[in-house]
Design a protein around this ligand. Structure first.
Ligand SMILES: Cc1ncc(COP(=O)(O)O)c(C=O)c1O
Length: 434
């Protein structure tokens, strides 16, 4: 069936004596064992019923089935945040002494997790400076590299990933490619269909979609040949469970997902069933929201690009973007709702512009129903020095916009008055009048 049908139906059938149409919120710590034997079987994994909500919950499971369906995956795991999804995925793949090869264009939280926290655990990461260069990916792979990691639409520069090309490099070397598809959303792009092996999301963003809850999800494409990697992933192919089988023998295509489920169970980043319900509810309108938000983003980006107070706009939907060709290939239904605009006049102009906005909300988040504005250099990227900021293309006048569901004309009017105020302040300053 089509995407819009699956986003309201996939993964849940009304059941039980009352047959509720909406997915019930199973707010319970644990689930009753019918008898002694069933308790044992749930723990041994020979009975796949629920036991304890840290291990699995029916509301979360419904969200997992729906997201796996929309991403063209074999299965999914819901966790407490996007960061939990990224951390759990990496932790499930690496051991001390291993290496991660990641795109240099990443969400700062992920970059810091890899650079600082995983490094402390003995896992080194190399960041590929130009992720559009397949030779750079190939050159970065070492014997101890366990995973390649990138984002489908990095922010704020909108430097779209060539998923198929990076997947080809990864597979040529027998490594899986993990793609963070938070900004792409399965409505705009499904990385698993282009060769990625695992997809992660911050469900807090477009999936939940209303700026209310946090959540994360890991989707397993179920195609990576773990059994055929010369023992590189012993957690999947060598360690035996209570039934004497390895995860690959027991779970086949979804062996990685089952392992990630255990890692999450032990580290404990559990989603609340209430959050799982709100994520499911958000997903019911995903295509409607994302199509509208992308269309509005394109209109605003076009308008901003022509504005005399604007230095540049980073949006892959614009023909002027160096990433437009990749956007046409991977994002034909819309290029997403997050982009950057650089106002003339540097940091002072960015400050006046930001503070003059009345409809845009000053907030660190993405994919809300409301439009948001943020100054990366002084917020998300505040730990970077000048050289690192320049390297990432984040100038002092650059602002990140996440476009919501407001009427486009109202958003343009707000941007217009804020740009006028910023420009007037800049002129006064230059004339020495302030
Ligand atoms: C691309 C991307 N991945 C992961 C995350 C982390 O998600 P969360 O805030 O849900 O932990 C974010 C958050 O901004 C993000 O933008």
């Amino acid at each position: 069936m089509h995407f819009s049908t699956r986003q309201v139906h996939a993964g849940f059938e009304p059941e039980g004596p009352y047959r509720p149409r909406a997915t019930p919120i199973h707010l319970t710590a644990g689930f009753v064992f019918d008898d002694f034997e069933q308790g044992h079987e749930r723990f041994a994994g020979t009975d796949d019923g629920f036991s304890y909500s840290r291990v699995g919950n029916p509301t979360s499971a419904a969200a997992e089935r729906r997201i796996a369906d929309l991403e063209s995956g074999r299965g999914a795991l819901l966790v407490g945040s996007g960061q939990a999804a990224v951390a759990t995925t990496i932790l499930a793949l690496v051991s001390a002494g291993d290496h991660v090869l990641a795109s240099g264009s990443l969400y700062e939280g992920t970059r810091e997790l890899l650079r600082d926290d995983l490094a402390r655990l003995g896992v080194e990461t190399t960041f590929v400076r130009d992720h559009t260069d397949p030779a750079a990916w190939a050159a970065g792979i070492r014997p101890e590299t366990k995973v390649l990691f990138a984002e489908s639409i990095p922010n704020p520069k909108n430097d779209v990933l060539d998923i198929a090309t990076v997947a080809e490099v990864a597979h040529r070397h027998g490594r899986p490619l993990v793609v963070d598809n938070t900004l792409g959303t399965p409505y705009l792009v499904r990385p698993l269909e282009h060769g990625a092996d695992i997809v992660v999301h911050s469900a807090s963003k477009f999936l939940a979609g209303h700026g209310t809850v946090l959540g994360g999800v890991i989707v397993d494409g179920g195609r990576f040949p773990w059994h055929d990697t010369g023992g590189r992933y012993p957690q999947l192919t060598a360690h035996r469970g209570v039934d004497g089988r390895t995860l690959v023998e027991r779970s086949g295509a979804v062996a990685f997902l089952e392992h990630a489920r255990r890692v999450a169970m032990r580290f404990g980043p559990v989603p609340s069933p209430i959050n799982a319900f709100l994520i499911l509810q958000g997903i019911e309108t995903l295509s409607l929201r994302v199509a509208r938000q992308s269309a509005t983003a394109l209109r605003l980006a076009q308008w901003l690009e022509r504005h005399p107070s604007v230095e540049s706009v980073d949006y892959s939907g614009l023909p002027s973007s160096p990433h437009h060709a990749l956007a046409r290939r991977y994002l034909p239904h819309g290029q997403g709702a997050v982009f950057a605009v650089t106002v003339r006049g540097g940091r002072d102009a960015a400050r006046t512009f930001t503070d003059s906005l009345r409809l845009f909300t000053r907030m660190t988040h993405l994919g809300d129903t409301r439009s948001l504005v943020l100054h990366p250099a002084t917020t998300t990227h505040v730990l970077r020095d000048e050289a690192e900021l320049a390297d990432a293309g984040i100038g002092p006048g650059l602002l990140r916009l996440s476009i919501g569901l407001e009427e486009p004309d109202d958003l343009i009017a707000d941007l217009d008055q804020a740009l006028a105020t910023a420009t007037a302040a800049d002129l006064l300053q230059r004339a020495g009048l302030t």
